[in-house]
Design a protein around this ligand. Structure first.
Ligand SMILES: *[C@@H]1O[C@H](CO)[C@@H](O)[C@H](O)[C@H]1NC(C)=O
Ligand SMILES: *[C@@H]1O[C@H](CO)[C@@H](O)[C@H](O)[C@H]1NC(C)=O
Ligand SMILES: *[C@@H]1O[C@H](CO)[C@@H](O)[C@H](O)[C@H]1NC(C)=O
Ligand SMILES: *[C@@H]1O[C@H](CO)[C@@H](O)[C@H](O)[C@H]1NC(C)=O
Ligand SMILES: *[C@@H]1O[C@H](CO)[C@@H](O)[C@H](O)[C@H]1NC(C)=O
Ligand SMILES: *[C@@H]1O[C@H](CO)[C@@H](O)[C@H](O)[C@H]1NC(C)=O
Ligand SMILES: *[C@@H]1O[C@H](CO)[C@@H](O)[C@H](O)[C@H]1NC(C)=O
Ligand SMILES: *[C@@H]1O[C@H](CO)[C@@H](O)[C@H](O)[C@H]1NC(C)=O
Ligand SMILES: *[C@@H]1O[C@H](CO)[C@@H](O)[C@H](O)[C@H]1NC(C)=O
Ligand SMILES: *[C@@H]1O[C@H](CO)[C@@H](O)[C@H](O)[C@H]1NC(C)=O
Length: 446
């Protein structure tokens, strides 16, 4: 809020230079010139005739006067259209526009509205942009179905991908908000979150995100953010797996930064106690019900032995297994994950319905079949307020689904970049500056 206000104040202060910048764009210079020519021609040649042709209605006199201005306006619009067409083929508007602010504003209009753009002053409520279910309705009406189709295809060969993509959204939102930062690769300016402990060799689905982005860039170039791709992907993954479907709120923009240290700090670990889990959710504004509902996403997907094998052999440095682990389940898991065996072997997070999205996760917890410590803690911490929630979700799948959707929307709303903040990445794994750098030849060819 404070930041937005500050930005508004900055904008107001910058107004004179913005107006100057508007006047100095090639399109406006040209239009000022043309409008003078028009006015001259109309005054000398057309205006008098115009008055004669339409003498009977006084309103028409003013139409005659407005005509030159109307033509100027059209000229203005056409020129901006022209500039933006050039920018669409990779010569950025930046190159032709003198003010950084104006370029940002033009980028925004380019991404928000397919056609018809002309310089305007900031909208009312600038910086308080909210997500909207219809954000891409005009510019990419099929965005959701395109994402869904790519995921549906990926599911044909990889049932696990639904859980992996849902997890990516979670790992994006918990680290400096839902801004697609988790997707960025290491570069000279990016300290990739992919290398953070909770992601390294476990976060997956980046290839599917790339395929989605490619499909979207083909259908509607430069429109759909990578952060929104993750949000839509999570919904598609859950609903394609038998879970609830919901209307995804859209309009997130992509970060130009990533922070590996922040990822290490913000993401809850599988060995977290209930208090630690609550703290890490509270840190991003999520409450206990959100914690339990979102943990329900462990109704599908896998986890590697290395993330729970301490529970099988030497829990909390006691030299014995975790007492909250069902002894039958302990046997199964020990066979799968022998002590000092291959830590990358996978176990189902929900042993009863591994790939279906349902309430079984909660009934598993009731019989001590939670795979990770952070799962079982929700039910086995004595006196915890999470126990009743687990019981209610276990008894009533609709109640779980309903809560899950509410919590997903809350999570999808953490620290967003909207309006003119951030960018719409062309390639989800790198910031546009790096994309432009590598496509320098393309620009040169043009
Ligand atoms: C959206 O997809 C439908 C079919 O999936 C297709 O008929 C329609 O042309 C698409 N619309 C746009 C704007 O691409
Ligand atoms: C990413 O780059 C940083 C330095 O910029 C380096 O310390 C780190 O090891 C790199 N990570 C990977 C996965 O390459
Ligand atoms: C990520 O895992 C690889 C092994 O696959 C390891 O070489 C690398 O150091 C790890 N990165 C970090 C940042 O721990
Ligand atoms: C990255 O995150 C850490 C921990 O939250 C923070 O201390 C640091 O300032 C951040 N770095 C950048 C460049 O924002
Ligand atoms: C682990 O042991 C410590 C004491 O050594 C104890 O305070 C803590 O509650 C234990 N954690 C769990 C999850 O049992
Ligand atoms: C460990 O298990 C993973 C997953 O099953 C497998 O890809 C990998 O090859 C195994 N590594 C070794 C050393 O056996
Ligand atoms: C362990 O699991 C079995 C089902 O496999 C169940 O009948 C039993 O109640 C569970 N034990 C505990 C302590 O939850
Ligand atoms: C299950 O939960 C839903 C949604 O909260 C509620 O409408 C319904 O009444 C509940 N069913 C039962 C049997 O309690
Ligand atoms: C998202 O957060 C904004 C404030 O940042 C709030 O006004 C809005 O109501 C929130 N939306 C949802 C769906 O939680
Ligand atoms: C995005 O950039 C990465 C790294 O340069 C590259 O490997 C990948 O193929 C690109 N993806 C697309 C869809 O172009």
């Amino acid at each position: 809020m404070e930041r937005e206000r500050e930005r508004e104040r900055e904008l107001i202060k910058a107004m004179p230079s913005i107006i100057l910048a508007l006047l100095l764009t090639p399109s406006s210079l040209c239009c000022i010139l043309l409008s003078n020519i028009y006015i001259y021609i109309y005054k000398r040649m057309v205006l008098q005739h115009c008055m004669h042709i339409l003498p009977y209605y006084s309103n028409f006199a003013s139409i005659c006067q407005i005509l030159p201005r109307l033509l100027t306006f059209v000229c203005f619009v056409l020129f901006d259209q022209f500039l933006l067409t050039i920018s669409e083929t990779n010569l950025e508007a930046r190159a032709t526009v003198t003010s950084g602010w104006l370029q940002e504003e033009m980028d925004l209009r380019k991404t928000r509205h397919g056609g018809f753009r002309f310089p305007s002053l900031p909208r009312a409520g600038y910086g308080e942009a909210q997500l909207s279910p219809t954000f891409y309705e005009e510019d990419c009406p099929n965005a959701t179905s395109i994402v869904r189709a790519v995921i549906g295809e990926a599911l044909q060969t990889d049932l696990r991908i639904a859980a992996s993509l849902t997890r990516l959204f979670f790992h994006d939102c918990f680290v400096n908000g839902c801004d697609g930062s988790v997707l960025l690769d290491n570069s000279s300016t990016i300290d990739s979150e992919k290398g953070a402990f909770p992601n390294n060799n476990s976060a997956r689905g980046f290839d599917v995100v790339d395929n989605i982005k490619t499909a979207l860039e083909t259908a509607c170039p430069g429109i759909v953010s990578c952060a929104d791709i993750l949000a839509i992907s999570a919904e598609a993954s859950v609903s394609l797996s038998g879970g609830p479907s919901w209307t995804v709120l859209l309009g997130r923009r992509d970060s130009t930064t990533a922070n590996r240290t922040a990822a290490n700090e913000a993401l809850p670990a599988p060995s977290f106690t209930l208090d630690e889990l609550k703290a890490s959710f509270a840190a991003v504004g999520l409450d206990t019900t959100d914690l339990v509902a979102l943990s329900g996403a462990h109704t599908f997907g896998r986890a590697q032995c290395q993330f729970f094998s301490d529970r099988l052999y030497d829990f909390n440095s006691t030299g014995s297994p975790d007492p909250t682990l069902n002894s039958t389940y302990l046997e199964t898991l020990s066979a799968l994950c022998p002590e000092s065996g291959n830590g990358s072997v996978l176990a189902d997070l929900d042993p009863s319905t591994p790939d279906g999205f349902d309430a079984d996760y909660f009934s598993n917890l009731q019989v001590h079949y939670g795979l990770l410590q952070s799962d079982q803690e929700l039910f086995s911490t004595s006196g915890a307020d999470t126990v009743d929630i687990v019981n209610s979700f276990s008894a009533n799948q609709s109640a779980f689904f309903e809560s899950f959707v509410i919590s997903m929307n809350k999570m999808g709303n953490i620290s967003l970049l909207t309006g003119t903040d951030g960018e719409i990445r062309l390639n989800c794994s790198k910031v546009n500056e790096d994309s432009y750098g590598s496509s320098a030849t393309l620009i040169a060819e043009y």
